[in-house]
Design a protein around this ligand. Structure first.
Ligand SMILES: Nc1nc2c(ncn2[C@@H]2O[C@H](COP(=O)(O)OP(=O)(O)OP(=O)(O)O)[C@@H](O)[C@H]2O)c(=O)[nH]1
Ligand SMILES: [Mg+2]
Length: 292
């Protein structure tokens, strides 16, 4: 082969290679352009979905729960279970109440309420917060040994605790007197022990309710005012001991589980230790109405 033919052959080969490379590049460019188009359309779909998600998230609140713990204490037969069951099982007959073994726990949802907003960094959007208020009541057996178990339980809680202390006076034909059971259940040493538990663990006590129950047993010759004043006077020592620990947090109630007197107001005030806003109070009031 002479040089001319050789050059001609080489030119042919190079032209073919060049044509092939050009074809390859053009095809790949087209594929790349198609991929870019696909990616753009995918991105726009994702953007639309993300926007929809953000708008949805703006209106869907992130929920968490607050528990209000209520610890019910008092000597045997004071009527603790009767009062507590009138809150949670109003259909139960008070007269059929049996002595409690250990303790009963009741839990129920009280209300939802708005709790400001927060910035959700995962999706870069300001979202609403919603709180669920849950009531958890522990009704302990009146035996002394359960008092200390209740104190241990109180010490395991941190905040939002309401303590309900039942006192049942002796209602006799001649009047109302404090009985020994109340005195020993709320003795100075026992209350000191409770104080120690609360102080060392720094527990946030929202309120303390002292409940004089069974007021229906008071002589009908006594007015409501008389009954209340005599109950307070006859239990001054116990009340002073309780006040010396809990100070301004103590409120006194007069109830009758059999006559359903004062029991719902007691529950309302317990709930309101956690609730300050009028709107929330209305929701709890409608919850309480179902129990009247
Ligand atoms: N008359 C009257 N009787 C009541 C009242 N509340 C409870 N009782 C009665 O008192 C008794 C004791 O009631 P409980 O509710 O079981 O008392 P408790 O404090 O839970 O007693 P323990 O579980 O043993 O510590 C029952 O026979 C009830 O029917 C009340 O307000 N008036
Ligand atoms: Mg009981």
């Amino acid at each position: 082969m002479d040089l001319f033919n050789f050059i001609q052959a080489m030119t042919g080969i190079l032209a073919t290679v060049f044509a092939f490379i050009t074809f390859k590049i053009t095809t790949q460019k087209k594929e790349l352009e198609k991929t870019i188009l696909d990616l753009k359309s995918e991105k726009s779909k994702i953007d639309t979905e993300l926007n929809t998600l953000k708008n949805w998230a703006k209106n869907v609140a992130s929920s968490s729960s607050d528990i209000l713990d209520v610890i019910v204490l008092g000597p045997r037969q004071a009527g603790k279970t009767s009062v507590v069951e009138s809150w949670f099982k109003p259909w139960n007959n008070v007269h059929s109440s049996k002595p409690t073994e250990n303790w009963h726990e009741h839990k129920c949802f009280l209300c939802n309420f708005d709790d400001g907003t927060f910035y959700d960094e995962k999706i870069n959007v300001e979202r609403k917060k919603r709180k669920q208020l849950v009531l958890r009541v522990r009704d302990y057996a009146g035996e002394d040994s359960y008092r200390i178990k209740a104190f241990d339980y109180i010490a395991s809680l941190e905040s939002n605790v309401v303590i309900v202390l039942f006192i049942t006076p002796d209602f006799t034909a001649s009047g109302i007197v404090c009985n020994n059971e109340n005195n020993s259940y709320y003795s100075a040493s026992v209350l000191k022990e409770l104080e120690l538990y609360i102080l060392t663990k720094n527990i946030q006590i929202r309120g303390v309710a002292v409940v004089f129950n069974k007021i229906d047993l008071a002589s009908p010759s006594l007015s409501e005012n008389d009954v209340e004043n005599i109950c307070i006077k006859e239990h001054t020592n116990i009340l002073e001991r309780i006040n010396s620990i809990f100070g301004g947090k103590v409120s006194i109630y007069f109830t009758s589980a059999t006559k359903n007197t004062g029991v719902i107001n007691l529950l309302r005030d317990i709930c309101w230790t956690m609730i300050t806003e009028d709107g929330q109070k209305k929701k709890v009031a409608s919850f309480l109405k179902k129990r009247k």
